[in-house]
Design a protein around this ligand. Sequence first.
Ligand code: NAD
Ligand code: ZN
Length: 389
Amino acid sequence: MKAVVWEGVNRVKVERVPDPEILQPTDAIVRVTATAICGSDLHLLDGYVPSMVHGDILGHEFMGEVVDVGSAVTKIKVGDRVIVPFPISCGKCWYCQRGQTSLCDNSNPNAKLAETMWGYAPAGIYGYSHITGGYAGGQAQFARTVYADDNLYRVPDGLSDDQVLFLTDVLPTGYMAAENCNIEQGDVVAVFGCGPVGQFAIRSAFLLGAGRVIAIDRFPERLALARGAGAETINYEEEEVFDRLKAMTGGRGPDSVMDAVGMEAHGTGVGGVADAVKQTTRVLESERPHALRSAIMACRKGGTVSVPGVYGGLGDKIPLGAFMNKGLTLRTGQTHVHRYLDVLTRHIERGEIDPTVIITHRLSLDEAPHAYKIFKHKHEHCIKCVLDP
Ligand code: NAD
Ligand code: ZN
């Protein structure tokens, strides 16, 4: 089959690789009908996530048709049309039992390696380095999925792939980020970053009762899409965000602020660990305003800062003093995707949220290297690329 593989910093390639096989009785094989590139994939592209190996298959946002199941799979059947949540849940551990599936204790076979490096082990994630389990990703024609009964989510026939694909990640991620804001009716919510995650965070904030949403980015087309959802916008390259946010909220600051940016590369990178270190440091000390820092500074006293943006790597320059003295609440995490699938599917069916608005590009799997490039650099007004395998 064909698959998109990581070949080093800023290098991806489409290769012929062996078809995946059932390895455990709880596995299922999915023929991928649609897959997307995520902002989190850019952290792999930029070399910020340790333990990527040349030839690793990328992709954690994918869906398709089940074509084979292991002997212990009872609920999922061959022929089912499913989406695959990006974090892998075993369905049984302390966290999974509490719906905190992105903290699963059993789905990462490389947990010991992760604990040695970081002191904790993340859950398994498809296509996201060996430290999250070394699972092959779904930017491919077929994918092996694990704990099929506890993860694969059957989608209604009446909804198209475009409508449900983002249930795998960015839609629930925006939703959980908004939920983490503890929004009260009429609240003012600010969202740094108008990429796919920010777009769904904006829409979810309104669904959860926000009176006003203020969205911040530097790309006019992303700001325009935010305005389309009813947000007021600030272009941080043209205006002083902190002052504007204060002025727009009677001097107090927004009730809650989301950082839907995370780590963003500021250079092209040359590859290797040393370069990844340099790149990470550059992001954290960059000439551009750092989104998380700005979010903490802008939030009103007693407010909530919600961070769907991904951080990792080698250092964090968080203004802890402001954080402490302002009595802020910080809520964050990889998304517990499974928990939101029913409620979001209903929102899509009722037309209350339209996930397709973020799609700007549809390309073949062969065009993945180009897709990664335009999505990373936001060229061709790219907001989200869907790949057809
Ligand atoms: P993206 O790269 O398309 O969007 C990021 C946006 O942030 C861009 O539009 C960029 O212009 C903007 N930006 C950069 N610096 C900014 C600043 N200082 N102020 C305001 N805006 C700024 O990526 P995405 O797909 O929307 O993902 C966003 C983040 O969410 C990434 O870090 C990604 O890894 C993370 N993510 C987290 C989860 C989770 O489970 N928590 C899931 C998916 C994605
Ligand atoms: Zn993602």
